[in-house]
Ligand binder design. Structure first.
Ligand code: NAP
Length: 238
């Protein structure tokens, strides 16, 4: 599929590199031609350099791989000449309307012994700023180096990626993109739950940066005493 990537840093290269290697067409959009070209070269497999607006138009799915404080600007810039019109979803349309937008951002702010969030619900803000965009929160939990690496199982358990989004088709698209990276996708609820994924990242990454082994804090599923409710909705739809 055609994947637009906005941002030309570590996450753009890690995820874009894997998707390009899996056969997807990539356009990476950056503020300068030189940065876009360097990222496209690092991604390889014919990835092309683009402007932010070009990358936004290119993608059937678009990865937002920029700092959170750049998002407002990006969502304006990516809309290019498409002035927000009066006949779209909820009265407005955006270049991302009806398209899959993957939000991997983290709003980390330093705090003693870890991080706090500089804002509580980034993915929801993206969905509001780009009306009709099919936003999926994903890939924010682990470092770019992990996504770029080849280890896909630890202690015999597949490395899993939680996905939060309201649009089932978009979640399925991102699940397929996770599988292309040899990862195990785990649909983890609607976009309203993305804020918990964002908070989980701040909490867990803060502990890791403090030298704590987060994995040791959680038993495996079979020892977690988590019995699904009778008739409860299955969380994982595959
Ligand atoms: N790195 C990780 O391990 C990791 C893991 C999980 C989540 N994340 C999240 O993923 C996002 C990207 O992280 P990253 O590590 O890839 O960051 P990065 O290496 O610093 O790259 C950020 C990219 O965003 C671009 N950018 C910044 N402001 C922009 C603007 N106003 N318009 C257009 N482009 C702009 C930068 O452009 P220039 O090239 O022009 O500077 C740069 O290419 C962040 O929200 C981060 O919290 C990162």
């Amino acid at each position: 599929m055609r994947i637009g990537i906005i941002g030309a840093g570590d996450m753009a290269r890690a995820l874009g590199g894997g998707w390009a290697a899996a056969g997807h067409e990539i356009a990476v959009g950056a503020r300068t031609t030189a940065r876009a070209a360097a990222a496209a070269a690092a991604i390889g497999h014919g990835a092309r350099a683009a402007t932010v607006a070009e990358a936004a138009r290119f993608g059937e799915a678009t990865l937002l791989a920029v700092p959170v404080d750049a998002l407002a600007d990006i969502l304006r810039t990516s809309n290019g000449d498409n002035a927000i019109a009066s006949d779209g979803v909820d009265g407005r349309v955006h270049v991302f309307t009806d398209r899959t937008v993957i939000d991997c951002t983290n709003a980390f702010a330093p705090d003693p012994g870890g991080f706090v969030l500089s804002e509580p619900a980034v993915a929801e803000r993206i969905a509001t700023a780009a009306p009709g965009a099919r936003v999926v929160k994903a890939f924010n939990l682990l470092a770019a180096e992990v996504w770029a690496g080849s280890e896909r199982a630890f202690e015999g358990r597949a490395l899993s990626v939680p996905l939060c989004g309201d649009d089932a088709e978009a979640v399925a698209t991102v699940a397929a993109l996770a599988r292309d990276l040899k990862l195990h996708p785990v649909p983890a609820g609607g976009l309203r739950r993305a804020r918990y994924l964002e908070a989980a990242a701040a909490f867990v990454v803060g502990l890791w940066f403090s030298g704590q082994d987060v994995r040791a804090m959680f038993p495996p599923l079979e020892s977690a005493f988590a019995v699904p409710d009778e008739g409860g909705l299955p969380l994982v739809r595959e």
